[in-house]
Write a protein that binds this ligand. Structure first.
Ligand SMILES: C[S@@+](CC[C@H](N)C(=O)[O-])C[C@H]1O[C@@H](n2cnc3c(N)ncnc32)[C@H](O)[C@@H]1O
Length: 318
């Protein structure tokens, strides 16, 4: 199957590989593992780098064991070298992938499940192959928006997703967000939404980002927005070179680098106030989830002990 967004596939495959490591798997709920187990089964055999079939079950019973979750030694070594190379080129990238997936999952859960929750709908822009719509589809009405080839790809990859998540074909450069959402009969304009832009705003020109934010606030004044932000000017020159080269190779186009102050100011001009931000994994780990250092293998150490990449944060705006 042809995939339109290589950057989306890159995030998917890195996270899908990392989430199976024994000390990382329990950080995520079984429903999330079930999503990746199912999508992986539908991808080519080449993509099936590690045995996933039992991860969901193993996580449920707390029995993911080192080595045994790897399909074979050759794959295990090869994957580990690839991941270590990735982390050498882009120091902190492995930490960053797990950090951002965990932070978003926790933050969305907190916004939807608190006793005074006003948020009734979840809208994910540039959703790629991500699991968020699926994960929260039994808690609220979920919408995933992306360019048409990505939406079709996702429907083929996981046909059952279609019954739970409202997948909308939307091009942020050309389409009106308000129109695309309100044309979907499941969308309720009188209820507040939480909008997610994970790994998305780097690909949208500033004027389109401004337009998206003004439409989000126009749709409902209580709409909230959570976004990842990546300030490339804070990366080391080696990291920046390899990150930009990587995106260039995919054929996708990064837009002008926006600093955190730029994003806060664009948000503010469109009625958004920054209420919280997260910068790294340690602030998300509690007593139950803090890993025991002596049990960590080389990759887990890079994920759990290394610092996040410079300039990467997650921001929550109301
Ligand atoms: C780096 S991927 C991130 C995917 C996903 N949010 C994640 O973090 O796993 C960027 C996503 O933005 C989507 N995208 C890029 N330009 C877009 C546009 N103009 N309109 C809608 N989606 C777009 C791509 O198709 C891709 O799925």
């Amino acid at each position: 199957m042809f995939i339109a967004s290589k950057t989306a596939f890159n995030v998917y495959s890195k996270f899908n590989t990392l989430r199976k490591y024994p000390e990382i798997a329990p950080l995520f709920p079984t429903k999330l593992h079930a999503y990746y187990d199912q999508t992986e089964r539908n991808l080519s055999r080449f993509g099936r780098l590690m045995n996933s079939d039992e991860i969901t079950e193993k996580v449920k019973i707390g029995g993911v064991q080192d080595g045994k979750s790897l399909k074979n030694h050759w794959n295990a070594a090869w994957i580990s070298y690839m991941l270590q190379l990735d982390d050498w080129l882009l120091k902190g990238d492995l930490h960053h992938i797990i950090f951002r997936k965990l932070a978003l999952q926790r933050a969305i859960h907190a916004r939807l499940m608190n006793a005074h929750a006003t948020i009734k709908q979840l809208v994910i822009l540039g959703s790629g192959l991500d699991h968020l719509g699926w994960l929260f589809s039994d808690k609220c009405t979920s919408f995933e928006l992306d360019i048409e080839p990505m939406i079709s790809y996702k429907m083929k990859l996981l046909p059952t997703l279609n019954q739970k998540v409202h997948l909308i074909d939307f091009d942020a450069m050309n389409d009106s967000l308000e129109q695309s959402l309100t044309l979907d009969s499941a969308f309720n304009s009188s209820e507040a939404c939480l909008f997610i832009t994970e790994g998305f705003i780097d690909y949208i020109p500033r004027k389109n980002l401004q337009s998206l934010l003004s439409q989000i606030k126009r749709l409902h004044p209580e709409n909230e927005w959570i976004s990842t932000h990546f300030d490339r000017s804070l990366l080391s020159s080696k990291q920046r070179f390899f990150f930009e080269l990587g995106v260039q190779i995919t054929g996708e186009q990064l837009q002008t680098n926006l600093t955190k102050e730029h994003i806060i100011s664009i948000g503010c001009n469109n009625g958004f106030v920054l209420v919280h931000e997260w910068a790294g994994l340690p602030e998300l780990l509690d007593k139950q989830t803090i890993p025991i250092n002596s049990k960590l293998n080389a990759i887990e150490k890079k994920v759990l002990n290394r610092k996040n990449m410079n300039g990467c944060t997650i921001m929550h705006f109301k």
